[in-house]
Design a protein around this ligand. Structure first.
Ligand SMILES: C[S@@+](CC[C@H](N)C(=O)[O-])C[C@H]1O[C@@H](n2cnc3c(N)ncnc32)[C@H](O)[C@@H]1O
Length: 243
C-alpha cells in the first residue's frame, strides 16, 4: 500500500514548543480547524475553496512557482509542507519528466495521508513526517525547495528556524522558492478588508505584510540579494533565493 511505502515516521526535537505528539504549539492552537481535525481535511481539500481563500490566485501563484522551478526537474526537490489542491501532483509530474524525485515534509500525518491519496501510485514522491524547523535530512542534499504558504502560519522563531533548515538542506547554487502573503498596495481594498480577518484567523500572517522575507533569514545569509515578484496588487509574493 502506497501510504506505508511513502510515509516515514515522525521526527521530534525539544527545541521549540510542541505537544506530546510532536505537533508545534501554533498549529494546535491556531490551525486545528484547517489542518488537524479530520473534518477540516475533508472540508478544505477542495481546489475551488483553496482558490477562493487565495482570492482566485491559486493557479496563478502555483503556476508561477512551477514555471520558475522548471518544466523538468532532475535531481531532488523538497516541498516544505503539504498543500491542498493539485500543487504536488503538478510538481511531481515535472520531477518525473526530469527523472527526479520530490520529498514532501509535513509535521501532520493526517496531511501526508491526504496527500498520498491524491497522488498517482507511480508519482516519484516520498512523504516524510517531519517538522520543517528540524529537518532530519542531510546538508546540501536537495537541488531546490518550495515553501508554499507556510511561513505566514508560523510564529517568528519557527519561521526563522524553517528558513535556516531549508537553506541548510539545499545545495549551494540550488533554489529556494517561497510563495506567501505580502503587504498589498495602498489602493488595494483588501489591505483594509482582509487585515482584520487575517489578524483574527492567522495571527502571525501580518508579519509578512510588515517585513521583507530577509527578516527571517539566518545571519550568515547577510545582505545577499533575493528576487521578489508581486502578485494581485502586492497581496502575494514569490521570493526566490539562490543558496
Ligand atoms: C503549507 S501550509 C498552507 C497551505 C495552504 N494554506 C494550502 O493548503 O493551500 C499547511 C501545511 O503546513 C503544515 N505545517 C505547518 N507547520 C509545519 C511545520 N513546522 N513543519 C512541517 N509542516 C508544517 C501543516 O501541517 C499543513 O499541512
Amino acid at each position: 500500500m502506497a501510504i506505508t511505502a511513502r510515509v516515514g515516521t515522525i521526527a521530534q526535537t525539544a527545541a521549540l514548543p510542541r505537544t506530546q505528539v510532536g505537533v508545534p504549539q501554533y498549529l494546535l492552537a491556531h490551525y486545528w480547524w484547517a489542518y488537524i481535525h479530520p473534518n477540516a481535511v475533508k472540508f478544505f481539500e477542495r481546489q475551488w475553496l483553496v482558490n477562493l481563500i487565495l482570492w482566485g490566485n491559486y493557479r496563478r501563484l502555483s503556476e508561477a512557482a512551477l514555471t520558475e522551478l522548471g518544466e523538468s526537474l532532475p535531481g531532488r526537490t523538497l516541498q516544505v509542507a503539504c498543500v491542498y489542491g493539485d500543487l504536488t501532483s503538478r510538481l511531481s509530474r515535472r520531477a518525473a519528466r526530469g527523472g527526479g524525485v520530490v520529498d514532501v515534509v509535513d509535521v501532520l500525518p493526517i496531511q501526508l495521508k491526504n496527500l498520498d491519496e491524491k497522488l498517482p501510485p507511480a508519482a516519484p514522491v516520498r512523504l516524510l513526517a517531519m517538522d520543517a524547523t528540524d529537518l532530519k535530512l542531510p546538508e546540501a542534499s536537495y537541488d531546490r525547495a518550495l515553501i508554499f504558504f507556510l511561513l505566514h502560519e508560523q510564529p517568528p522563531r519557527y519561521r526563522e528556524q524553517t528558513m535556516s533548515e531549508v537553506l541548510r538542506v539545499v545545495r549551494p547554487g540550488g533554489k529556494v522558492l517561497i510563495v506567501d502573503y505580502a503587504m498589498p498596495r495602498w489602493w488595494h481594498p483588501l489591505r483594509y478588508l482582509w487585515r482584520p480577518l487575517l489578524a483574527a484567523l492567522e495571527p502571525f500572517a501580518l508579519d509578512l505584510w510588515r517585513h521583507d522575507i530577509a527578516a527571517w533569514l539566518p545571519a550568515a545569509w547577510g545582505n545577499r540579494p533575493h528576487d521578489v515578484q508581486s502578485f494581485f496588487g502586492g497581496l502575494y509574493q514569490k521570493v526566490s533565493l539562490t543558496r
